[in-house]
Ligand binder design. Structure first.
Ligand code: ADP
Length: 306
C-alpha cells in the first residue's frame, strides 16, 4: 500500500463557553485528500480548487504537518498530497485543520499507524501554525478524534475525548471576511473574576451535560461571557440569528472559531432544519451572500475511503 484516501471533516472550535479548549467535528463538509509515498525526501502538494492555496509545501498546512511527521518518523522518503478542498478557507469551520489533520492521519496509516492520535494532534499543530501563527489544537483535535474534544493542555498536549448525545448542527456562513488578527486583537487581556467563574462553571456543566445527555443543561450551559460580547460585533445580525434560532428550537450556539460562521446545536435533524430556515430568514434581505449547512456530529474523525 503506497497511497491512501481520506475524508477530513470540518470542525467547530471555541464552543461558546469553551473558548480555545472545546471543539467538535461535523459530518459535512469534508476535504477529500489522497496521500502517497514518494521516493524523494520532499512533500509535494496538488490542489484541486479555486482558492489559490499555497503549493509550496512549507506554506501549506498539510505540507507543514507532513514535514513534522516525516522528521519525527526519521523517514527516508517523502509524500505527495492531493487536496480536493470542500471546506472554504477562512470560513471558521476548520478548513486549515482538515488539511493538517487529514494529511497526518493518512500518512500515519502509510507508516503502519506508528503514531497515536495524540501524537498526530501534536504534529498537525505544526500545520495549524502556518495558518494562524500559533500551534493550537482546538480544531485538529476534533478533526482527528471525531465528536467533541476538550484540549486540557497544549504543552504537554492533553486531549480529552468527550461523550455526547445525538445532536445536529446548523451552520450559517456569511460571505464576509474576518481578519484573524483583528478578531484576536479584540480579545480581552484581563477578565473580571466573576465572569471567569461563570465561564468555567458553564464549561464544567456543559461537559457533564454532554456526557449525561441532559439537553436542558446543555442549553443552559451554552453561554459565553468573555468572547462573544466583543467578537459578535464583527458578524452582522448575530443577535437576531441567535434569537430566531433559539425560537426555532435550537439548544444554543454561537460564533464558530473566530467567525464569520455561526453554529447552532439542536436535538433532532427536524429542529436543525427549522433553525436553518430561521437563519435564512434573517439573512435573506441582508444584502450579504451566505451558505447554510445542516449536519450530524461527525464520529470517528478522519475517515479512510476506498
Ligand atoms: P479556517 O478556520 O477556515 O481554517 P484559517 O484562517 O484558520 O481558516 O485558515 C485559512 C488560512 O490558512 C488561509 O490563509 C490559507 O491560505 C491558509 N492555508 C494554507 N494551507 C491551507 C490548506 N491546505 N487549507 C486551508 N487553508 C490553508
Amino acid at each position: 500500500m503506497n497511497q491512501i484516501k481520506v475524508l477530513a471533516p470540518a470542525t467547530v472550535a471555541n464552543v461558546v463557553c469553551g473558548f480555545d479548549c472545546l471543539g467538535f467535528a461535523i459530518a459535512e463538509p469534508n476535504d477529500e485528500m489522497t496521500v502517497r509515498v514518494i521516493s524523494e525526501k520532499e512533500v509535494r502538494i496538488i490542489n484541486h480548487d479555486h482558492y489559490n492555496l499555497p503549493t509550496d509545501a512549507r506554506k501549506n498546512v498539510a505540507g507543514a504537518a507532513l514535514f513534522a511527521l516525516l522528521e519525527k518518523a526519521g523517514a527516508d522518503h517523502g509524500f505527495e498530497v492531493e487536496i480536493k478542498k470542500n471546506i472554504k478557507p477562512g470560513s471558521g469551520i476548520g478548513s486549515s485543520a482538515a488539511s493538517a489533520g487529514g494529511a497526518v492521519v493518512a500518512a500515519n496509516r502509510l507508516l503502519n499507524d506508528r503514531f497515536s492520535p495524540l501524537e498526530l494532534v501534536d504534529l498537525a499543530m505544526d500545520g495549524e501554525k502556518i495558518a494562524s501563527g500559533e500551534r493550537h489544537a482546538d480544531n485538529v483535535a476534533p478533526c482527528i478524534y471525531g465528536g467533541f474534544t476538550l484540549v486540557r493542555s497544549l504543552n504537554p498536549i492533553d486531549v480529552v475525548a468527550l461523550e455526547f448525545p445525538p445532536m445536529f448542527v446548523t451552520v450559517l456562513h456569511p460571505q464576509i471576511e474576518i481578519v484573524t488578527a483583528v478578531a484576536r486583537q479584540m480579545l480581552p487581556v484581563q477578565v473580571p473574576l466573576k465572569d471567569a467563574i461563570r465561564q468555567w462553571s458553564n464549561v464544567g456543566a456543559l461537559v457533564a451535560a454532554l456526557s449525561k445527555g441532559d439537553y436542558d443543561l446543555i442549553a443552559r450551559s451554552l453561554e459565553d461571557f468573555l468572547i462573544e460580547p466583543v467578537r459578535k460585533t464583527l458578524i452582522p445580525h448575530f443577535d437576531r440569528v441567535k434569537l430566531e434560532s433559539k425560537c426555532a428550537g435550537a439548544l444554543g450556539g454561537g460564533i464558530s472559531g473566530s467567525g464569520p460562521s455561526i453554529f447552532m446545536l439542536s436535538e433532532t435533524e427536524e429542529i436543525a432544519a427549522k433553525v436553518e430556515g430561521a437563519m435564512r430568514e434573517v439573512y435573506k434581505n441582508s444584502g450579504i451572500e451566505f451558505f447554510t449547512y445542516v449536519s450530524k456530529i461527525n464520529t470517528g474523525g478522519v475517515k479512510f475511503i476506498d
